[in-house]
Design a protein around this ligand. Structure first.
Ligand SMILES: Cc1cc2nc3c(=O)[nH]c(=O)nc-3n(C[C@H](O)[C@H](O)[C@H](O)COP(=O)(O)OP(=O)(O)OC[C@H]3O[C@@H](n4cnc5c(N)ncnc54)[C@H](O)[C@@H]3O)c2cc1C
Length: 391
């Protein structure tokens, strides 16, 4: 029996574990510090006071015959093929690192004075705790400040404004809202939606530091808040760097086209932790890339167990979905290289597509746990944009 250990039970890790476990000659173990799978793509809903579904790992994994170890991996001994989890050592023949990413605390004071949209360890649920403050704050016109104009910043500001109309929500962004990520018509729609929700958007501002009750901008001015949410970008897990694995400039593990680490055929990386090849370069940190990477790694482990050799990972982007509260959204088709395509859906249609995609992720994971190959993705090759340009 090949011993497969998957470290990290997010989108990539679960998918890798389920696909690897389809091969009866593999004994699969998944390690995660949390007792439950939490939908990271819905953390802004959780922060605003919603209750998106969570799934206890033992229940989800038992269906797939995957053993669950609750704990945090803190050591890697590649020579002995062992992972340390809180003092215990797990031996492996194949190891999948699916450690994900967290919010980058890019300026001083973020950890002390702002909330971040991150998965908690153990039983703690800081976002649900923070959500208990909204009713009282909204009743007295309190201020929520969201920093960051990326997807999670947009989703958080709009979710709060729609759910708590009494709250005064401000969104600070470095670049003009949505520009570069979406077609001009979609950008105009975003602006209209934020106006409709009463969110004050200040673009072109850089925050220098977070302090108690205020954000300090680069020009020295301040923006006050009762609650601040820092959504200023994500960074991959620092563990692979500490373990001496090859890392790219963004802190992600350099991988071969198969998603193995060069020189270590028993070591695989998937999801936000991996600098995986994609058309136009490296796949951006996203659930959209993490799910197929996990499925790919799991499939290759099953192939290896059958004596076949691993294949390269092929992936292209298809869709970018932003929720703008529960009642509206933007669903923007993408070219394989992540650039915006011509078609997009706004308003209720955008919300409908976004919700369908979020539901699809959990439905697919539950089906894959039962052995159904429910997940499929667009297998574009990294060379696709160059060919398109040449044509
Ligand atoms: C609010 C929000 C909305 C988002 N919306 C979208 C979206 O619409 N579309 C999209 O594509 N992406 C979205 N993302 C990004 C997406 O959530 C991530 O890119 C995705 O979760 C990456 O998946 P992953 O499996 O690599 O890592 P994660 O989902 O981060 O999972 C990593 C897992 O590893 C575990 N772990 C970490 N360290 C250890 C350790 N030392 N030992 C054991 N386990 C460990 C964690 O507990 C976690 O369960 C959103 C992110 C946020 C915050």
């Amino acid at each position: 029996m090949a011993r497969v250990v998957v470290v990290g039970g997010g989108y990539a890790g679960l998918m890798a574990a389920f696909r690897a476990a389809r091969e009866k000659r593999a004994e699969v173990t998944l390690v995660d510090p949390k007792p439950v799978f939490v939908q990271r793509i819905r953390l802004h809903e959780r922060l605003a006071g919603g209750r998106p579904e969570t799934i206890p790992y033992p229940r989800l994994l038992a269906r797939a015959r995957v053993r669950f170890v609750q704990g945090r991996a803190d050591e890697l001994d590649i020579a002995r093929q062992e992972v340390g989890v809180g003092g215990e050592r797990l031996g492996y023949d194949q190891l999948v690192l699916a450690l994900g990413s967290r919010t980058a605390p890019a300026v001083p004071g973020v950890s002390e004075h702002a909330l971040t949209l991150d998965l908690a360890e153990g039983d703690a649920d800081p976002l649900a705790e923070a959500a208990r403050r909204w009713p009282a704050l909204a009743a007295r016109g309190g201020r929520a400040l969201v920093v960051g104009g990326g997807l999670s910043g947009l989703e958080t500001a709009s979710e709060l404004a729609e759910r708590w109309p009494g709250l005064r929500v401000t969104l600070l962004t470095r670049a003009p809202l949505g520009e570069g990520d979406y077609r001009p018509g979609a950008v105009r729609y975003l602006r209209r939606r934020f106006e409709e929700l009463g969110v004050a958007v200040e673009s072109g501002v850089a925050v220098r530091a977070m302090e108690a009750g205020s954000a300090v901008l680069a020009d020295g001015s301040r923006r006050g808040f009762h609650v601040a949410i820092w959504a200023g970008g994500m960074q991959p897990s620092p563990l692979p760097r500490q373990w001496g694995l090859p890392i790219d400039g963004d802190g992600r593990v350099r991988v071969e086209p198969t998603l193995q680490v060069a020189g270590h055929p028993g070591l695989w990386v998937a999801g936000d932790a991996a600098a995986a090849p994609a058309p136009g370069g490296v796949a951006r940190l996203s659930c959209q890339a993490a799910l197929p990477m996990g499925a790919h790694v799991g499939d290759q482990l099953a192939r290896l167990a059958r004596g076949a050799s691993p294949r390269p990972f092929r992936f292209g982007f298809t869709l970018s979905c932003v929720s703008l509260g529960r009642r509206a959204g933007l669903a923007h088709l993408l070219n394989a290289d992540d650039s915006p395509a011509a078609t997009y859906f706004t308003g209720r249609w955008g919300a409908f597509v976004k919700e369908a995609v979020c539901r699809m992720t959990t439905t697919v994971l539950k089906l894959e746990a039962r052995g159904v190959r429910a997940y499929h993705w667009k297998p574009a090759t990294p060379a696709a944009p160059a060919l398109a340009e040449a044509a």
